[in-house]
Design a protein around this ligand. Structure first.
Ligand code: HEM
Length: 461
């Protein structure tokens, strides 16, 4: 494919659709035929079909809206990095806003920049190092509660663990009492999410509280109550522990209704972004390890050599190389952030194509990470793809579990460290084996979850 970005010819912008050059794709409007075939409940099937049939870039319409799906590193780089000023999140995050409001993930322009700047110190390397001790403490606490031979839903364990980690590290709050309530409310919302995204104007209907959506409103209220209690306790204490919550409070010191709402949005965003993603990454990793015993042997060997029987610490992370490679390969096959969307403000060029403003651009980590051109034998779990040599051979923007460009994940370093330390702490003592016959299927909601949980047997090493 031609990767050079074509400049539009003079006069091409004039005229309604004259001059546009659309990529290949569905001829008929998706609304009328393809939605039936692919069920909106699983957009990954649609994306895979587009990539297999049309290649690097595919076009379709839903009603009057143009949509392009990209599956080539050069196009992905153009949208996320080179032309990123033209691509905003607006509209593509409309439904996510129903839960998150205007936090760092959904905000735009100056509001986004201010939020990102205020939060940045909490994600500096040195701060992240300080979180290592808490992460290991929380992981060691749950590993000591497990019993040999018991069957557990590991996806719930990972959710509770990472929720506690985010609360203690970033918000200096011990949520232990409330963690089950909070996780259950978020689960409830996720369960309703599929239903909500299919409803036209769902974000508007929520305020009218029709019976079908009452559960959503109730679950959101429960989450808000925990968040507001946490903020109020922080304000009352008057202590500045330098946590992310302190940074957020300092950036919006007013205590009026609008500021309270804005703070709530920012807190809930970090909570959800920071725990759901890591918990899912870990659940998928335990699953993949359970299916690949040879990798488990290598993982145990590394952990024993590095840790010599003691708990891991932040300083061990660089030496837990294989553990990190296992996590990287798991993020390839089951990326928790499985797709991203952008909305074009103005007409734009991609390769040989020239597309109108207001086009929605979709990119899917799930699809690109499984493309055999970039990852031969893509369904095989092979952590060695992420050895130093493996990484050096691969083109950029073929692997992007944390996104790229100005909106790249702010928590990436935190997530790598947390994932490695949790794997190293738990795998030091236990081996997790998928219960035979348990159904495993990815469910693409806001994040990629195991649809039926992950029931595993806990076995001593
Ligand atoms: C394995 C774990 C994680 C994955 C796969 C992940 C993935 C992503 C991706 C793909 C984006 C970019 C979305 C886009 O451009 O549309 C993103 C943004 C973000 N992530 Fe993560 N993330 C993870 C962990 C975390 C953690 C631990 C935190 C915080 C504690 C966090 C906080 C955020 C925030 C606040 C944003 C928005 C950044 C911005 O727009 O400026 N994430 N994440």
């Amino acid at each position: 494919m031609g990767t050079a970005v074509r400049q539009p010819e003079v006069g091409e912008h004039s005229g309604k659709s004259v001059g546009y050059r659309f990529p290949p794709g569905f001829q008929r409007n998706l609304l009328w035929f393809a939605l039936r075939k692919f069920r909106p409940a699983n957009p990954i099937l649609l994306f895979q079909h587009l990539a297999e049939t049309y290649g690097d870039i595919a076009h379709y319409k839903i009603g009057p809206h143009h949509i392009v799906f990209l599956n080539h590193p050069e196009y992905i780089r153009e949208v996320l990095v080179v032309q990123n000023d033209n691509f905003i999140k607006e509209r593509t995050v409309q439904r996510t806003k129903m839960l998150l409001g205007e936090g760092m993930i959904t905000s735009e322009g100056a509001a986004h920049r201010a939020q990102r700047l205020a939060a940045q110190p909490a994600f500096h390397r040195q701060r992240i190092g300080e979180y290592g001790g808490i992460i290991v403490e929380e992981a060691a606490r749950i590993r000591d509660l497990w019993h040999a031979g018991e069957r557990r839903d590991i996806s719930i364990d990972m959710m509770h663990l990472t929720l506690n980690v985010v609360a203690r590290t970033l918000f200096a709050t011990d949520l232990r009492e409330e963690v089950c309530e909070l996780a259950a409310a978020i689960n409830r919302i996720m369960g309703l999410y599929n239903f909500l995204v299919m409803l036209p104007a769902a974000e508007w209907l929520v305020h009218l509280r029709p019976p079908g959506l009452a559960a959503f409103v109730k679950a959101r209220k429960r989450i808000d109550a925990v968040v507001y209690r946490m903020i109020a306790a922080h304000r009352r204490s008057g202590l500045d522990r330098g946590s992310l919550l302190d940074l957020m409070l300092a950036a919006s010191p007013a205590n009026d209704a609008a500021s309270r709402q804005s703070l709530r949005d920012q807190v809930i965003t970090i909570f959800l972004a920071g725990y759901e993603t890591v918990a899912n990454a870990l659940s998928w990793t335990w699953y993949l390890l359970s299916e690949n015993p040879a990798c488990v042997v290598k993982l145990h060997k590394e952990i024993d050599e590095v840790q010599k029987g003691r708990l891991p610490g932040f300083e061990d992370v660089p030496r837990l190389r294989y553990t990190e490679m296992v996590l990287a390969e798991s993020l390839r096959l089951y990326p928790p952030a499985w797709a991203m969307g952008r909305y074009a403000r103005n007409d734009f060029s991609l390769g040989d194509y020239f597309l109108p403003g207001r086009t929605t651009v979709l990119i899917s980590q799930f699809v690109t990470h499984r493309d055999p051109r970039y990852f031969p034998d893509p369904l095989r779990f092979d952590p060695d793809r992420f050895s130093t040599e493996g990484k050096a051979q691969r083109a950029r923007f073929t692997y992007f579990p944390f996104g790229a460009g100005a909106r790249q994940c702010i928590g990436e370093s935190f997530a790598w460290m947390e994932g490695v330390l949790i794997l190293a702490t738990l795998a030091q003592k236990w081996k997790l084996q998928l219960v035979p016959g348990h159904r495993v299927e990815p469910q693409p909601l806001i994040t990629l979850r195991p649809k039926y949980g992950m029931i595993m047997q806990v076995e001593p090493r």
